[in-house]
Write a protein that binds this ligand. Structure first.
Ligand SMILES: [Zn+2]
Length: 237
């Protein structure tokens, strides 16, 4: 009996959802952008239940990705696709001087999908973590590089690193507005209040928006940087 009633309810429910979906898609129901699966991805929106879906869609499409960066005023100057035939090269990459709205220590070439992940960490975690743990905003993100035609861990053989496709960035430190500077080398295990906690908060946020996040906890090779990448496997260490 219960199963029969459930079956009877399924059809109207499915039809209702389809109808509501059609009204939203045709613009007859206007939802706030963050609740609207068809609205363009806006990285400034407070992450909600649709964010993961819209973020993944923007990350998977160069045009949507560049539009999302542009919408947030992030300068991303497209560079021509490159292929070397040795497992190196990139598509949908650009030159940018910022991580989101915060200046990088030097401009980089990065794929749009990696730049978008970096912008999400900056927009939704970096400032809050700095305020909470250090009481001053971050004015500069220091890095050790992005694109490099090389294997994982600089090994002579083995798999290509995500750096070989400009899908990775190595972050080594942060400059604060009050003149303080944090580095992974000096501050990952710092006893000074807030420094280690800030770096862990950044690592945890990176795990949310990048596919792979490797910190000094991972292995001795990462004592001086966070390795952040997209498009390969998944790890948060
Ligand atoms: Zn790296």
């Amino acid at each position: 009996m219960a199963a029969r009633i459930a079956r009877l309810l399924v059809l109207p429910l499915v039809l209702g959802l389809l109808f509501a979906g059609a009204l939203i898609a045709s613009g007859q129901i206007v939802l706030p952008p963050r609740w609207d699966p068809f609205a363009p991805f806006d990285l400034a929106e407070e992450p909600g239940f649709l964010t993961r879906f819209k973020f993944a869609r923007a990350r998977g499409d160069g045009d949507l990705c560049r539009a999302a960066l542009a919408r947030s005023g992030i300068a991303f100057e497209r560079v021509p696709d490159r292929a070397t035939g040795e497992g190196c090269g990139f598509t949908d990459a650009g030159r940018t001087a910022t991580a989101g709205a915060t200046r990088l220590s030097s401009p980089v070439v990065l794929t749009c999908r990696a730049a978008l992940s970096l912008a999400m960490v900056e927009r939704h975690a970096l400032g809050a973590a700095a305020r909470t743990h250090l009481g001053a905003p971050v004015t500069r993100v220091e890095h050790l590089g992005t694109y490099a035609c090389r294997n994982i861990n600089h090994a002579a053989s083995g798999r290509r690193s995500r750096h070989a496709t400009a899908d990775a960035i190595d972050i080594s430190g942060f400059q604060l507005a009050d003149g303080r500077r944090l580095t992974l080398t000096a501050d990952w295990s710092s006893a000074e209040p807030g420094r280690a906690a800030f770096l862990r908060a950044v690592r945890d946020a990176a795990c949310r928006w990048f596919d792979v996040t490797l910190s000094p906890d991972y292995n001795p090779l990462h004592y001086d940087h966070f390795h952040l990448d997209v498009g390969g496997g998944r790890a948060c260490r």
